[in-house]
Design a protein around this ligand. Structure first.
Ligand code: PRP
Ligand code: URA
Length: 212
């Protein structure tokens, strides 16, 4: 794979450990949800590294000074439904004042093409740093479509965060959206004939919501 300077593959041991717990077929819904949230928080720490700051005046017990705070009004978290919902609270733990948009996409089980069913984004979207979240980047179709929809609504500064990526999807997202910073918890081996990531973790939405 060529050098991709808009891609960060995270290496923190806590993220790697929790991803292994997620993969385990014996991890139940409750534990799975908690792990997805925790991983999103840990990944968010990296993805939000360049958040804009603004100085406010604060009075310490010693004196008054200017000190930086995050311009939280300018952040939007956008989960791709359904599975992306599992990552939202993990990011809100870091930036509780962020606004949350939603993009509804499902993958056709036969063609594996994404289909849109919902889009609601906080305004003014063009002024916000937007973090699109989805645990899985498989063919890349859903991520590319979500980013296209956000751009059509005026979004410009977009990041994408996933817990597990397949090489094919990462390559596609990187090629079709070179202006998007991409954060990946782990790059897996490949996809199977049903376009599930191998070794992956199965169907992320089903494991988060306990459906089949
Ligand atoms: C899963 C996953 C991604 C998408 C990834 O969602 O959460 O959105 O598949 O696959 P892709 O990269 O090949 O597009 P799914 O369509 O199963 O919907 P769900 O979250 O509602 O279960
Ligand atoms: N969607 C999932 O939930 N899992 C995969 O492995 C691929 C797409």
């Amino acid at each position: 794979m060529e050098n991709m300077d808009n891609v960060t593959i995270l290496t923190h041991p806590l993220i790697k450990h929790k991803i292994t717990m997620l993969r385990d077929i014996h991890t139940g819904t409750n534990e799975f949800r908690k792990l997805v949230e925790e991983i999103a928080t840990l990944m968010g720490y990296e993805a939000l590294r360049d958040l804009p700051l603004e100085d406010i005046e604060v009075t310490t017990p010693i004196e008054t000074c200017k000190s930086p705070v995050i311009s939280g009004r300018k952040l939007a978290i956008v989960p791709i439904l359904r599975a992306g919902l599992g990552m939202v609270d993990g990011l809100l733990n870091l930036t509780p004042t962020a606004k949350v948009g939603h993009i509804g996409l499902y993958r056709d089980p036969v063609t594996h093409e994404p289909h849109e069913y919902y889009c609601k984004l906080p305004s003014p979207i063009e002024e916000r740093t937007i973090i699109v979240v989805d645990p899985m980047l498989a063919t890349g179709g859903s991520a590319v479509d979500a980013i296209r929809m956000i751009k059509e609504h005026g979004g410009r500064k977009i990041k994408f965060m996933c817990i597990i990526a397949a090489p094919e999807g990462l390559e596609r997202l990187h090629t079709e959206c070179p202006d998007v910073q991409i954060y990946v918890g782990n790059l897996d081996r490949c996809m199977n004939e049903n376009k599930y990531i191998m070794p992956g973790l199965g169907d992320a939405g089903d494991r988060i919501f306990g459906t089949k």
